[in-house]
Write a protein that binds this ligand. Structure first.
Ligand code: UDP
Length: 239
């Protein structure tokens, strides 16, 4: 009998770049399948999982054309990029037998439900994964802020921020070989030490809402499951 997971409801923030694998931009099939396999393990434990997906991998492909554009227009393009990823993720989940629903912060009725908080919670309670697309729906924000916002709205116990590094380090581990990983660190200490966990708006929202953040590596197979088992994985930022 497997141990029960330490969290009942979590918000997973996946950057668009997590879906690229080693490609320069776009979606790498093997990478998305590996990430979905990791997500499936957590869903099978009975944890309610919502995902906020970024768009950096799509936006990179059009960045040349966006150069010189006004910021708000470029940001709407970025939000549309997250929708491409959300649909790919939903499809990959369905192929693995996970029921998933995309909810969009921008109206796109032919391809996704609009974001409706009670409906998102209803899906989660029914064991479906909810994928939040189009960030917050507003320019000048990031999908990290969308993760903090949606996490707070749905009453997630933690925001799991998937990155390429397996936690928050005392210094850049690539440049400082003696850098050590924090297993846990308080929000205030992370600010004092000027550690870059997520953008400042997202970070402030999590701290104000007393919503812990765990930074972990999406490239480490099984890391999500180990978090659910309460093992020492990544870095927990807490109050
Ligand atoms: N974006 C936005 N408002 C939001 C979320 C995202 O305008 O609430 C835009 C912004 O241009 C951003 C892009 O969408 O650069 C992609 O999001 P993000 O950079 O957060 O994606 P990630 O880096 O996680 O892949």
């Amino acid at each position: 009998m497997p141990a029960s997971p330490i969290y009942k409801r979590v918000l997973l923030k996946l950057s668009g770049e997590a879906l690229m694998g080693d490609d320069a931009f776009g979606i790498n099939r093997a990478t998305i399948e590996r990430i979905v396999a990791d997500i499936a393990e957590v869903v099978q434990l009975g944890t309610q999982l919502a995902v906020v997906i970024g768009g950096g991998n799509i936006f990179r492909g059009v960045a040349g054309g966006a150069a010189g554009m006004d910021r708000a227009t470029a940001d709407y393009m970025g939000m549309l990029g997250t929708m491409i990823n959300a649909l790919a993720l939903q499809d990959a989940m369905r192929q693995t037998g996970i029921e998933a629903r995309v909810q969009s912060a921008l109206r796109m009725d032919q391809v996704a439900e609009p974001y409706i908080r009670p409906r998102a919670i209803h899906h989660l309670k029914a064991g479906k994964v909810v994928i939040f697309a189009a960030g917050t729906g507003n320019p000048f924000f990031t999908t990290d802020t969308a993760a903090a916002l949606r996490g707070a709205e749905i009453g997630a116990e933690v925001v799991l921020k998937a990155t390429r590094v397996d936690g928050v380090y005392s210094a850049d581990p690539k440049r400082a070989p003696t850098a050590s990983r924090y297993a846990m660190i308080r929000f205030d200490e992370a600010i004092q030490r000027n550690l870059q966990v997520m953008d400042a708006t997202a970070f402030a929202l999590c701290r104000d809402q007393k919503l812990p953040v765990r930074v972990f590596s999406i490239n480490k197979t099984g890391a999500l499951k180990r978090i659910m088992d309460g093992q020492d994985e990544g870095t927990l930022i807490h109050l």
